[in-house]
Design a protein around this ligand. Structure first.
Ligand code: IVH
Length: 667
């Protein structure tokens, strides 16, 4: 039998592994519930063995949403989380514990919805909103007041007059389903990555630097907790009603409950009814109503003893696996996909779900015609979470990952250090060729209207376009040979091709399908190298010296330009008139105005990013340093300059120069 010490070490390792799959690889290997069970077991064992404390244990992670662009503020009261469970008996046990702690004194419970968004703390002084801070690491968070002010349901000035002079109110910023769907439709149209769920969309939006865009996205907020001295009532429910009368949005479904039986009814009711709500919820919260009783019950290090969250189980369904298909992407990556007997899940019919990679497929141990569990939690994309092995036929064969490309038959190669297999036949494998054409013409790349997924495949199959450069050899006559293409359609495509000649160089770099070069990397590369020749001839060291370019990207770029096919393509694109350099006027000025000067950058800017200012300083002979010291010549300060830097600069008498003045110093 495994002893506690070994079990703790094993659980830490296992949980770290699951965290990595979830946060880094975006492909969870277990359900949230299974994950929570592991964490709870580890927490219990660690509590039993304080001598095995480890600050690096996954239980010591509080999660942080701090972004470097925002100023931070310490929370007056730490922002704790709630103890949670997926089981009704646990909620009942919580209530029994409360009863015991209160030595039999009667108590009222408040039942609430648990909104699935991102938490926010607002500070009001004299009836006015003065600051909005995100949860951050629980101790301190980002000041996002400007963005929060754009949320129309949040009062900037309060109604009534029975509010305390100073108080803090906490709530959840959410993106209603309607807005979420609209935003994702818009992003799909613009070929931008979609948000997986309204929670990510809400927190991503709140952290945007452009408040105008935040305002456009239709965020909303529900409030559920008020703190501070001088609250109007001695119980949570009445205080929330007061909060409501001051102008805050408080859930209309908040209910006072007096018995365990009613708690169970409340859970059973909302398990079904929540699906009709306009916003995402991931559970319910039960709180002890009396503030005096709350005070008596107190807090643990992580959560209040006077509240518990009941989490809704993800919706799941059991369905039969028809077959596993293996799909080849633009970069040759082979992905296993489960093709299912169609099944209804959370309002949509699910027919397919990705199995991500060989490791995940093997872990599930999938056999032909297995009955699979499909789950859809807060996520929009369904995932396979398990197999009902009891229903497996004894003679069913295990499904193995393919050894050869399902499209061109080439032997697959395993990517070093990863669970991924790729088809190395880059230039002869149909889905890779079609994928590159489709990517090249995409809206965010060369934006050639009229060529979509279907036409890209048709062009390739007809032999008219087998490399991206062939697109520029298309003529009306050639296009008219394709089935389903008439004069008007062909003209539109040719017009799209002509206008693509003015697409800027950074988007051309992105359009080339260089592995690991996404939109942001392409922008950084284009800025740094200025033209295609510099990119093609850059050494490994030169590439790695560019901000955010690591060895993997550098290797990939060098590899790409080693291929004579790619070099030839580039030459043909150049002859066709595609932009192969940045226009003169966008180039950063260079000279020696900052020769020998050490400059510190602080705050946020409106004309260029921090990285761009770093480049400008260096291109003009200066050096950018991270911290203020005697050696600093001046500080380039944007908005919200860090207070520590400002104080140090004042102490040392170092000049602080604003963005406008700095720009006027350039040649
Ligand atoms: S009460 C001291 N009430 O859930 C605890 N939280 O897991 C104060 N949440 O961080 C929180 N709806 O972001 C509370 N009705 C509700 C809630 C709620 C959503 C979120 C909140 C909190 C997290 C706890």
């Amino acid at each position: 039998m495994e002893n506690d010490h070994d079990r703790i070490l094993r659980l830490r390792k296992e949980i770290n592994g699951h965290n990595h799959s979830y946060y880094v690889e975006n492909s969870p290997t277990i359900t949230d519930r299974e994950f929570d069970i592991l964490v709870k077991e580890l927490e219990a064992l660690e509590a039993k063995h304080p001598e095995l404390y480890d600050p690096y244990s996954p239980t010591q992670r509080v999660g942080s949403d701090l972004a470097k662009e925002f100023e931070k503020a310490a929370h007056i009261y730490p922002m704790l989380s709630l103890g949670n469970t997926y089981d009704i008996p646990d909620v009942d046990a919580f209530l029994t514990r409360v009863k015991d702690s209160l030595e039999g004194e009667a108590f009222t419970i408040v039942g609430e919805l648990k909104y699935d968004g991102t938490s926010i703390s607002l500070i009001y002084e004299n009836g006015r909103l003065v600051r909005a801070v995100t949860r951050g690491d629980g101790e301190k968070g980002d000041i996002v007041t400007e963005n929060v002010k754009t949320i129309k349901s949040i009062p900037l000035v309060l109604n009534g007059d029975n509010w305390p002079r100073e108080f803090e109110i906490r709530g959840e910023i959410v993106m209603p389903w309607k807005e979420f769907d609209r935003l994702n439709e818009e992003r799909a149209f613009n070929e931008e990555p979609l948000f997986a769920n309204p929670r990510n969309a809400a927190s991503g939006t709140l952290k945007m630097l452009d408040s105008k865009e935040v305002a456009r996205r239709g965020l909303d907020a529900y409030f559920y907790y008020i703190l501070g001295p001088g609250l109007p009532f001695d119980n949570h429910y009445d205080n929330m009603m007061a909060v409501k009368s001051w102008g805050f949005k408080v859930s209309e479904h908040m209910t006072c409950i007096d018995s365990i039986e009613e708690v169970d009814n409340f859970i059973n009711y909302w398990d079904i009814e929540r699906k009709k709500l306009p916003v995402a919820t991931d559970g319910l919260v039960f709180k002890i109503n009396s503030l005096r009783q709350q005070l008596n019950l107190g807090f643990t290090a992580k959560s209040p003893r006077w509240a518990i969250a009941y989490k809704f189980a993800a919706e799941r369904a059991l369905t039969e696996l028809r077959f596993v298909s293996f799909e080849v992407g633009r970069m040759g990556l082979v992905t296993p996909v489960s093709n299912l007997e169609p099944v209804l899940l959370s309002g949509t019919i699910v027919k397919r779900a990705s199995l991500h990679n060989e490791d995940i497929m093997n872990k599930l141990d999938i056999h032909e015609h297995d009955m699979l569990w499909v789950e859809k939690g807060g996520e929009i994309i369904p995932k396979i979470t398990g197999v009902d092995t009891a229903q497996r036929k004894p003679d069913a064969n295990k499904v193995h990952f393919v050894t050869h490309c399902p499209s061109c038959g080439t032997k697959l190669v395993r990517v070093e250090g990863e669970a991924a297999w790729v088809c190395p036949n880059k230039y002869g494998c149909a889905p890779q060729i079609a994928g590159r054409i489709e990517h090249f013409v995409g809206r965010r790349m060369m934006n050639i209207d009229g060529i979509g997924e279907e036409l890209a495949t048709q062009l390739m199959e007809s032999g008219l376009v087998t490399t991206i450069a062939d697109i520029y050899d298309l003529t009306l006559e050639k296009l008219l040979t394709l089935e389903g293409i008439a004069n008007k359609g062909a003209e539109k495509i040719l017009e799209g091709i002509r206008s693509s000649l003015s697409v800027p160089f950074d988007r051309v770099v992105y359009a080339l399908s260089i592995p690991f070069v996404g939109e942001t990397v392409a922008k950084k590369l284009a800025k740094a190298v200025v033209n295609i020749d510099n990119l093609m001839n850059a050494s490994h060291e030169e590439l790695e010296a560019i901000p955010d370019i690591g060895p993997r990207i550098a290797d990939s770029i060098i590899d790409y330009f080693k291929s004579s096919i790619n070099r030839e393509n580039i030459e043909r694109l150049r002859v066709a008139g595609v932009q192969m350099s940045l226009p003169e006027e966008t180039l950063t000025p260079s000279g020696d105005v900052f020769l020998g000067k050490t400059i510190v950058i602080s705050g946020t800017f409106s004309h260029h990013s921090r990285d761009e200012y770093k480049t400008i300083i260096e291109q003009n002979g200066g050096k950018n340093a991270g911290s203020v010291s005697k050696k600093t010549d001046f500080i380039l300060a944007g908005e919200n300059m860090g207070p520590a830097k400002l104080e140090k600069a004042q102490q040392l008498g170092i000049p602080v120069i604003d963005e406008k003045t700095f720009l006027s110093m350039l040649p």
